[in-house]
Design a protein around this ligand. Structure first.
Ligand code: SF4
Length: 392
């Protein structure tokens, strides 16, 4: 039986602007990192003030904010961590996502008001582990990436607990992201937010005796996860939260992926047919080649050995920062020319061709440079945080 409440669309947000983009395009919930402790130091991340702003917005709009605190902590981290958790509780976030039992002990001792979600980093792949955490007070489990949708359904039923699963985006090559490649290659601790993505690098192997090249390529470079064609399975099998990866990705990536998944989830909930044409647009955003990885079975053929760089078919240009009547101010991120193939993506997943751009005084622009502004005339259903993109 489909239950609308069983289909949360959970989006990444690397900063405050991306959080508003995600909500604007239909995310039910977002996951974010605070100033520390969230496994994505390069993601921009939120100050406590910004977390307070987005939490207030979420409460008012019946949305949810989860804060990622899933490092493996050392003794020296614990005191600071407790102060940080106090602050998170005071700004009324919905939940923390943790992985370290030590952190969990602090959370439980302090009796915070936020929910406790167990991170994928904790590698839960069976129902007994799920029951174990539930007994201790965890309300949701983000399963290990190695779990299939069928296995997730069993775990959810047998442990009677909410399940969150990744259905889109980049994945780690290591077991549920517990990885040391970055530590060894760049002295950056992946389990404390410092990953430099060494698994995506080019590796050359040669015979040490005579120097003969043996291998030149990308033996550790996983393709990205694509769950869009299994969306009905996720929903019918009662997976509570459907999670998109990508806190370091652009506003356009968030807008595009969230609006496509939103549209598809709503279509399924209304028992209507999905439009293949709409779903295929997911492949236009940046990716390393897609695969369903473990969602159905084994993750075979999921390493992308070849070195050809994937060219995304669409490119982020800018975001609507202000609207007055039928005119919008665009904050330009990547420059463009008037003759480019430029579109506005509105929150209901519609695209509008934009042919004319203006400056402050209404004079048509030939081109717009990065980090400037431009003005456009907009259709009625446009809102703040809608994005502009170029089709290549
Ligand atoms: S190096 Fe690759 S596999 Fe390891 S943590 Fe970073 S992204 Fe994941």
């Amino acid at each position: 039986m489909i239950n609308k409440n069983n289909s949360e669309l959970l989006a990444p947000a690397g900063n405050l602007e991306k959080a508003f983009v995600a909500f604007n395009y239909g995310a039910d919930a977002i996951y974010i990192g605070g100033p520390n402790w969230g496994l994505r130091k390069a993601a921009g991340n939120f100050t406590i003030k910004e977390i307070e702003i987005i939490s207030k917005y979420a409460i008012k709009n019946n949305k949810r904010v989860y804060v990622v605190t899933n490092i493996y902590a050392y003794d020296e981290d614990l005191e600071e961590f407790e102060k940080y958790l106090d602050l998170l509780d005071s700004v009324k976030i919905s939940a923390v996502i943790f992985s370290d039992p030590g952190i969990f002990t602090i959370i439980n001792t302090k009796k915070y008001k936020f929910e406790k979600h167990l991170s994928t980093q904790a590698s839960t792949v069976n129902y007994e582990t799920a029951k174990f955490w539930k007994k201790l007070g965890v309300s949701r489990i983000v399963l290990g990436r190695e779990t299939s949708i069928d296995e997730a359904q069993e775990i959810s039923k047998k442990a009677n607990i909410e399940i969150e699963m990744f259905l889109h985006g980049a994945v780690c090559m290591s077991f549920s992201g517990k990885c040391m490649i970055s530590n060894f290659t760049a002295n950056r601790d992946a389990n404390r937010g410092g990953c430099v993505q060494s698994c995506r690098w080019n590796y050359k192997v040669s015979d040490t005796l005579n120097g003969t090249p043996l291998f030149d390529g990308y033996p550790l470079n996983s393709r990205d996860l694509l769950g869009i064609n299994l969306l009905e399975d996720f929903i019918y099998k009662g997976i509570k939260s459907l999670k998109i990866e990508g806190r370091m990705k652009s506003n356009f990536y968030i807008a595009r992926t969230v609006s496509i998944y939103r549209d598809a989830i709503d279509t399924i909930l209304k028992c209507k047919d999905l439009s293949k044409e709409k779903l295929q647009k997911i492949e236009n955003v940046s990716n390393r080649g897609f695969n369903e990885l473990f969602l159905k079975s084994e993750a075979k053929n999921s390493v992308r050995l070849d070195s050809t760089k994937y060219q995304s078919k669409e490119e982020y240009l800018g975001i609507i920062e202000e609207i007055e009547k039928n005119t919008a101010l665009i904050k330009v991120k990547n420059g463009f020319n008037n003759s480019d193939n430029i579109y506005l993506l509105t929150s209901d997943n519609s695209e509008y061709k934009i042919n004319k751009f203006y400056d402050y005084s209404g004079i048509p622009l030939e081109k717009a440079n990065p980090n400037t502004v431009a003005f456009i005339t907009i259709p009625q259903n446009t809102t703040k945080y809608n994005v502009l993109f170029r089709k290549k």
